[in-house]
Design a protein around this ligand. Sequence first.
Ligand SMILES: [Zn+2]
Length: 294
Amino acid sequence: MGVEVFGKVFLHLTEFKVNCIRRETKIEAKTKFGCGTFSVVGPLKGKPGKFGNKALFCGSYRCDRCRNPKLKRVRARIGEIATKHKLQRMATLTLDPKRVPRGQRTDRYIRECWREMRNSLAREYGESLDFVGVLEFHKNKVAHLHVLVGRYIPQAWLSRAWESVGGGRVVDIRYVDVHRVSAYLAVYLAGEKVMRTLELLPKRARIFTTSRSIVLWGKKQKGTWWLRRKGLSELYDATEKPENVRFEAVDDLKAFRLELLSYFESPPLQEAIGNRNVIGVLKAAIPVWKAGTS
Ligand SMILES: [Zn+2]
């Protein structure tokens, strides 16, 4: 199948599907941010004269398009972290529903318990504990917490400590092979499970929690790329000869057997530069283009 033909076909159809969060607002999609409605553009390292043009996805776990790819990345990332910090124990902390104060959300309550618990652990071991935690709900909608930690903690001690911070008696801690952490997490961090967790959580609440020593996602590098408030298909249409065109099989378009234009390379485009200073843009691009070519 010719990618370009497929691309063109899809491009016109996608005009109506660009905004996967607010599907009804087709007209607004051009100016308001939605998943895939804008692009990012910039010079490519080691490729003199070439720009990369990338569709900007929202990257939210709540987005049907972004959830599964992002979960895949987060599982791999936690795998890396587990290896680096030797997080080889998985503790599961379960709330006793009777201990949750009336009217209090269980996810909020379990976070408070966990905060206290960290203090107990720090006192016991004389240092703060490295961890990555994932929040989940049982079928009865009571929150529980899976926490990867780097240290052997006797189950009996953990249970007593969890009880004394108000959590309950039910805890489990087991050894996990550090090389299999991301496979192990696949069970807890599957698309549907996360979706269910998010449905039960307030909008801004997070499913992951980490110790200060661990950064789940590093800060994005401030680079030479910029945001363009245009869909990637518009930029694509303005390109004579797009190269390395990539499509992504996104979940929300699978039913239509469509793939989403996600990336292409081209010479600097007026459409991509917009009303930026062309000379300035090119000047900034030169060191990037030169990098890696020597
Ligand atoms: Zn999205």
